[in-house]
Design a binder for this molecule. Structure first.
Ligand code: HPA
Ligand code: ZN
Length: 351
């Protein structure tokens, strides 16, 4: 699907993108050699070919046939990221790409546990991103507030330790933080890992004045139950402020009502679902959420691992397949601004 001039020129806001999911094959190849990290591809074309495969998120769907899952390939990519400069380059590469697509503001996720568990210092990750946050705004005009993710398939204790380590880089309400991240999220494999397992992490973050979101990925085991917890249960019943994905809410009227009543928006990533669902199945669901009045916005998730479809390609898909008008597309960007946690002065300047 070719990006139309209207979609290309639309100012954009991205609220659901994993910074590690923007690692390009070119940078991965370069860093593997710079850092002496072995990768299982002998040539660059072989590495490129590995990106053409659509990996499954759920091992149990196919049985264990030996094929890696999507997240295994994503974390394999992370292995080349070692130094502060690597994390800086990763983020600056993304900000350059974002500016080319007219993205004005972003809230990128980062998975610090994926790096510290390989022996990378937390400071290298956080200082690299902090420098890129400043330079991305200065050099490319892309402002950002970042989101610390708990890896939900690791223990709560590991997540809490990572949070305590990263906390000085957060925009905490004691006014002492460095201002890199202003929210926490919940990512990685959700199999038998419902949001409530991480309630203590969310509570700590809320006490620190940070915002809260969580992944409820599409068609995972117990997806509907996870959405229910995210809306009605976490943080003493106050719920999540946003839900990442959450498309399965469409399956139950009480969830649709809960989202609307509590004004919880969904950060949707259409191409991520389109890899698995037919056009005629998927886009009517997105259209129905819209028609029901659920607040949604359009995002890209892990673009380099998802056939290089970025936010513009994702917006193009809903423009075409949901039959949204130009006015609807502008409304979708406005939704993203409203769902964002940018300061009010910044919100006014984005569009
Ligand atoms: N799902 C869950 N966690 C993730 C993903 C994803 O697609 N990408 C990066 N972290
Ligand atoms: Zn995601």
């Amino acid at each position: 699907l070719e990006i139309s001039p209207f979609i290309a020129s639309l100012p954009k806001v991205e609220l659901h993108i994993h910074i590690e999911g923007t690692l390009s094959p070119a940078l991965r190849w370069k860093l593997a050699h710079r850092n002496n990290i072995p990768i299982p591809y002998k040539t660059y074309p072989e590495l490129l070919d590995s990106y053409k495969i659509t990996y499954n998120h759920r091992r149990e769907v196919n049985g264990d046939n030996g094929a890696p899952t999507f997240l295994e390939t994503y974390f394999a990519g992370c292995q080349v990221l070692c130094t502060e400069d690597d994390f800086y380059e990763l983020a600056m590469d993304y900000f350059r790409k974002a500016s080319e697509m007219n993205v004005r503001y972003v809230e990128p996720f980062f998975d610090i546990q994926a790096h510290t568990k390989r022996g990378v210092a937390a400071e290298a990750v956080l200082d690299g991103f902090l420098r890129a946050q400043r330079d991305g705004a200065k050099v490319y005009g892309v402002r950002s507030n970042w989101i610390f993710c708990f890896l939900r398939d690791e223990s709560l204790e590991s997540g809490l330790e990572a949070y305590r380590t990263a906390r000085p880089w957060g925009r905490t309400n004691d006014g002492k933080g460095k201002g890199l991240f202003h929210a926490v999220g919940l990512a990685s494999n959700e199999y038998d890992r419902p949001p409530l397992l991480f309630e203590e992490g969310f509570r700590l973050a809320k006490e620190d004045g940070l915002h809260v979101t969580m992944h409820c990925d599409v068609d995972q085991k117990d997806a509907v139950d996870h959405v229910h917890e995210a809306i009605f249960k976490v943080c003493a019943g106050q719920g999540s402020e946003r839900i990442d994905h959450g498309l399965n809410a469409i399956d139950r009227p009480d969830l649709i009502e809960g989202l609307k009543e509590r004004n919880i928006g969904l950060t949707l990533c259409p191409h991520a679902y389109h890899r698995r669902q037919a056009t005629e199945t998927l886009f009517p669901k997105i259209r129905k959420l819209w028609d029901e009045g659920v607040k949604i916005c359009i995002n890209s998730d892990d673009p380099t691992y998802m056939h290089n479809v970025w936010i513009d390609g994702n917006m193009m898909k809903v423009y075409e397949y949901c039959r949204f008008s130009k006015g609807d597309m502008i409304r979708l960007v406005r939704n993203a601004v409203e769902m964002s946690w940018a300061d009010n002065e910044v919100k006014k300047e984005i569009l």
